[in-house]
Design a protein around this ligand. Sequence first.
Ligand code: PPE
Length: 315
Amino acid sequence: MTPGRYVWHNGQFVAWEDARVHVAAHALHYGSSVFDGIRAYDTPQGPAVLCLAAHVRRLFDSCRIFRMELPYSPQEVSEAILETVGRNEHRACYIRPLVYRGAGAFGLDPRKAPVEVAILTLEWGAYLGPEALEQGVDVVVSTWRRMAPSTHPAMAKIAGNYVNSQLMTMEARDAGFAEAIALDVEGYVSEGSGENVFVVRDGVVYTPSLAHSILPGVTRQVAITLLRELGYEVREVSLPREMLYLADEIFLTGTAAEITPVRSVDRVPVGPGRRGPVTERVQKAFFDVVSGRAQDRHGWLTPVRVRSEPTPSGE
Ligand code: PPE
């Protein structure tokens, strides 16, 4: 993972090494930050950010749920994201906007602590390993359940929610799996530690609805759109765990994971145990759009103006 040279921090560009917080930062003690994850792809017209508006909207939605008032507008954050990618001269990168409660208050009313904003970029390759996109990954159903709807707000990308994801990931990796899928409190399929889940059976595509403690994934929405355009029926449903063992195909979607096939669940092969045709078609449609090979008919790509003027004071 290669970090970008500059970080946008509270309205200013600072060197990566200088983008610091105080150890008294509220977020560090209580998980009181929200974030998003966005990718910029290399296209023949230069780098382009995928689904910028949808990601910025979700960032603001997360803040609204957690009652964090951002000192910037969605427009300003979008501009800052494009400027950060441009300034760091990435051809392609992962973008991490972060809104956190800084230092200034202890205790459990976070609203007494200031809201601060950072935008980081880094070069981050295939999330689940270089072979994963073609070969698929081995996953396990986690012993950890996704948070109950009356506990943490799953629709918000709040840092504190990710304690659950980290427990899932460590358990899965220690047992030799690439990733874990969690069930919700009632035992229905929810999502991966950092991905949404899709199941294909008899040519119909199923994915858990928002009622199953999932993050409303931007890639999930892109995949649903592409699948419908390819002529598949996509249903947002309550998915019993056993559908994972009956599936012809399973794939995971996420900004970091992109569209990754699953080849086994709990050591049970998915279909014939390799990437299936529906997964392959939706992957191809996805990578064709993000790489600029196919026409961007939905306006998903925002071009980045690459400027290489010297930045912050002291440079
Ligand atoms: N569920 C969870 C819990 C989740 O964290 C993500 C993204 C998704 C679904 C898919 O959402 P979207 O990226 O909008 O399609 N996970 C982010 C964090 C990964 C990380 O390791 O950090 C991501 O993919 O950026």
